[in-house]
Each structure stands twice: as structure tokens, then as C-alpha cells.
Write a protein that binds this ligand. Sequence first.
Ligand SMILES: Cc1ncc(COP(=O)(O)O)c(C=O)c1O
Length: 396
Amino acid sequence: MNQGLESLQPYPFEKLSRLFAELPRAAGKTIPLTIGEPQHAPPGAVMQILADRAYLVGKYPSTNGLATLRAAIARWLERRFGLQAVDENRQVLPVNGTREGLFALAQMVVSGGRPGAVICPNPFYQIYEGAALLAGTEPTFVNCHETTGFLPDFASITREQWQTCQLLYLCTPGNPSGAVMPNPMLQELIALAQEHDFVIASDECYSEIYPDESTPPPGLLQAAAAMGNTAFRHCLCFHSLSKRSNLPGLRSGFVAGDDQWIDAFRHYRTYHGCAMPLHHQAASEWAWSDEHHVIANRIYYREKFSAVEPIISQVLETPTPEAGFYLWPKTPIDEEEFARVLMHKMGVSVLPGSYLTRHTPQGNPGARRVRLALVAELADCVEAAQRIAHCLREGW
Ligand SMILES: Cc1ncc(COP(=O)(O)O)c(C=O)c1O
């Protein structure tokens, strides 16, 4: 058996159901602020295309995806990040949700099984860690502390560690803090990738949820192009329709960038067997070509943030996220205990920060923090915030 399997940790939501298992239920409706699954309605056009093209289940899809889908993605990348010419035939591949693509990438990139072949942020999307372990390496964690603006503290990585690195995961905007990596930081990492010959996988699945319409978060390919790396060497970005278009069940995203790595990944994926169903590709093509539904989505998130943040920040120290749909407040007591009390007394479920982190010699950036996902409808988000505020005012 693959030894990495034994090192896999339970998923954060398994830990959460254990934490809440024995708790007597609070009276009334439970409001979950735990899972980052958008609850806004999916676009009607997507539902229509899926229904109209359902007959395509009678055909095998190809790993490479439809040329029309890849073209829609390439044009979106050009518009969104001001890129000159993205080659849809060589620089773009569809993935069945970024989770699948981010995981599979490590299986292709990592070789040799040396510890530290993967570097990833801490807190992290747990797939980065699992992908590293199953690819036969121990990940090196880079803490995202308040003192570094919740961005990874790359100054803590030594030259030797960069030298060992084969794959660097980034998450920008970050889950859970919403911290956005600025272009200069991305460019320093690209220079390190060039020097030490590793690949950067930039998970940008929250890039389309941001507060100010005039300042969308930058991305890895944009940073690469701005430093003259127009072939995006060493750079791969991952984007998803799950958050942007409220389509988590469509399992649709893409990877784009360095054509040498895209070509190798295409080859790998032929065997991995993860081609996207054709009617999902048709629906995705529409979703990457339309911005109206995405703008409407952002407006709704803004409404929720402006209603919820003032309530929460009266009782908890809460940094304002630069993007994404999470709040990442500090807790007055241990984060697991905090989550238990809120669930028990108030029927509000929140995710303890330490379920998204690992302890490191430099500390645990998830300690005394919880993640609140503002994915429910506005009224439920406000109700949950009021219950949290009430609980804190009453004292523990
Ligand atoms: C940081 C991060 N990356 C990737 C994903 C996976 O998204 P999907 O597989 O739906 O594209 C998630 C989902 O919550 C996430 O939080």
C-alpha cells in the first residue's frame, strides 16, 4: 500500500463532525458557516445548456477538452489578466474541479520522494498536503501569520529548501484569510522557481470574489508576463467555476500556463482518466464567456460582508479580507472550544482554524482563529452573526 495513505489526516469536516458529535443540539435552526460551498443560485443558462446537451453522455470526452472550451478559457484569461495571447491549444487544459487538478499535479511533478519536495502555505487547502503525501514526500509548510499580512512567510524558507522544492503551491486570494499576493511577491517567487527549477501551482479559485470592482486580484500568469516571462515558464494557475459561477457540483475548472508542463500534464491525465463530460464542457464554455452573472455574484457577497462584518467585528478582532468569502477572526478562547460553545448554545457552526493548519516550530497560525464562510443567504448570515455577537456579549 502507498505509505502516504497512513499519513493522511482526517478531512477538516470529519474532525468537525466528531467535535459536534456528542453535543446536545441548540433549539431552532442550525446555521452552518463551515463549508465553502456557495449557496447562491447557479446561472439559469448553465442549467439550460446541461439539459439541452445531456444527450452528449453518449460520447466519450477527450482529456484535452473541446477546442471551443479551451478558446473561451484563453480569451477569459486574456481579458481578466490583460494577457497578450494565451494559446488555447498549448497552454490550457480543463480539469474536473481544481481539487482534482491540484491533487493530480503533484503526482505528475514530484519524483524521488525526498521530504520537502512540496512547499505549501499554512493554513492550506488540505488537498495540497494530501497530494504531497501520496506523491511520496513530506510537505514543508510556510506559515501565514498576522504579522505577514496573512501571506506566506517565505523569508523562513532556506536556500536548501528552495533547492529541494519541486512544486510550490500558492493560494491567492488565500483560503481562509482572503490575503492577496501582490505582483512583486509573485515575481520574486517566479525568479526563485527559475533559479531552483521548481513549478509554481497558483490556486486562484477565489480570484473572482472581491470587494472593489476596479481592483481585481492579480494572478500568477499576469505577474509572469509583466516580468517578460510571456511563455509562463515554471508557472501554472488553477481557476474554478465553483465559486465564480456558483457551480461547485459541475466540477469544472482549468489549469493554464507553461506549455511544457501542460503538455506533460495532458499526457499524465490521459492515463489518470479524468476527462470532463461533454455537456459540462458546453456549460463551462458559457460560464467563462459571461461576466454578468459573476458581477451579480460579487454584488451579493458585498451586501453580505457589509451586513455581517460590522456585527462580528464588534465582538471579535476580524481582519477585513481582500477577497474571497471568508472571515478569519481571532477567538478569545481555544478555537475548538469556541466552535463547540457556539454550536451548542447558538446553533451556529464555524470551523476551528487549527483544522486548516499544522503545528510548526514557528507556531500554529490556525490557533485561536475560526473560519466563517459567508455562503448562506444574506438573512441567514446576518442571523448567524447576531447569534455569535449575542453569545460573546453574554460571556462564556
Ligand atoms: C483553496 C481552494 N482551492 C481549491 C478548491 C476546490 O475547488 P473546486 O474543486 O470546486 O474547483 C477549494 C474548495 O473549497 C478551495 O477552498
